[in-house]
Design a protein around this ligand. Structure first.
Ligand SMILES: Nc1ncnc2c1ncn2[C@@H]1O[C@H](COP(=O)(O)OP(=O)(O)O)[C@@H](O)[C@H]1O
Ligand SMILES: [Mg+2]
Length: 301
């Protein structure tokens, strides 16, 4: 399949160059310091990667928000994206389902492969991308419609109207919300509590049976009980979906994720970049990079 290196050639974006096992040396612009990302476990050769991200960068006009990010995201794992505010976590996540395309100044460098296909290749159907790669945001954002119509919205949009009642029920059950709403499906979603609204947004995202769920701080606006419900839900959903979750809550990352990617701002140019990526126990228990250690032990951020 055609790739889109032509989008990046003007920017000197290099490929990730594997060196010794577990380390990836990244080629950068001439004269720039070579960045080393520690991958703390050897790349998983058994597990299938869903995203294969090669030297990805994001610019908003003249501002570079993210640079030189190379990593794989594996199927049926929960991958946590952690790091201080402004380091590009949301930018990274939104670039995985082309949510940033609506921003005029947005420009993607490098390459994002989704199941082996270039997500940014010309001709890629963005509606299809969003169907396969669903997203839930920090602030619950149900539509001002009934609970039923919220969940039925995306299936209706793409013509999945056969057995719609069953589909809605399935999504609400999967989102652990069915028992709480089954007797009031036709009432407004806006009357639900914040935690229920967020589970409704998850139901809405999974109603079209996506492959991947992107969650951007999905519990940070919720009370502890609702947060626990979302975390439990993530634990059950991971059997069926590949989940990427941005969180600033380290305990939450440790509870829900299998792997974590720590992003930070480069000291010199204040551009977000991937510092370290590995299994969750290593990132929290024995990180290789001092910057990761400082962050996960609460020294900064
Ligand atoms: N639409 C945008 N236009 C310009 N700059 C943006 C835009 N969105 C984010 N940024 C900038 O990109 C950087 C990364 O932002 P973001 O991805 O939101 O970080 P995080 O989610 O880690 O807090 C920040 O400096 C932010 O100000
Ligand atoms: Mg963010």
């Amino acid at each position: 399949m055609n790739n889109s290196r032509d989008r990046t050639s003007a920017d000197g974006g290099g490929d990730g160059v594997p060196t010794v096992a577990g380390r990836v040396r990244l080629r950068t612009e001439p004269g720039a310091q070579v960045r080393t990302v520690h991958e703390t476990v050897a790349p998983d050769t058994v597990r299938q990667s869903v995203f294969d991200i090669n030297d990805m960068g994001v610019q908003y006009g003249s501002k570079t928000a993210l640079a030189h990010t190379t990593m794989k995201i594996y199927r049926h794992l929960v991958t946590a994206i952690i790091g201080p505010s402004g380091c590009g976590k949301s930018t990274f996540l939104r670039s995985l389902n082309r949510m940033n395309d609506s921003i005029d100044s947005f420009r993607l460098l490098g390459q994002v492969l989704y199941n082996g296909h270039d997500l940014y290749a010309p001709g890629v159907n963005r509606v299809e991308v969003r169907r396969r790669i669903g997203m839930v945001f920090q602030k619950p954002n149900p539509f001002p419609k009934s609970i039923y119509d919220n969940v039925a919205w995306a299936p209706r949009n793409i013509g999945l109207t056969a057995d719609l009642d069953a589909r809605v029920e399935r999504a609400l059950r999967s989102a652990a919300l069915w028992d709480e709403v089954k007797d009031r499906l036709r009432t407004s979603a806006m009357a639900l509590s914040g935690g229920q609204q967020q589970r409704l947004c998850i139901a809405r995202a999974i109603a079209v049976e996506p492959d991947v769920l992107l969650l951007d701080e999905p519990a940070s606006a919720l009370d502890p009980v609702s947060t626990a419900a979302i975390e439990d839900l993530i634990g059950t959903l991971k059997n069926r979906y590949t989940i990427v979750i941005v969180t600033h809550n380290m305990q939450q990352a440790a509870r829900v994720a299998d792997r974590a990617a720590f992003f930070s701002l480069d000291r010199t140019d204040l551009v977000g970049t991937l510092i370290e990526y590995g299994d969750i126990k290593t990132i929290f228990g024995n990180p290789r990079d001092q910057r990761t250690r400082d962050y996960v032990t609460g020294q900064f951020g």
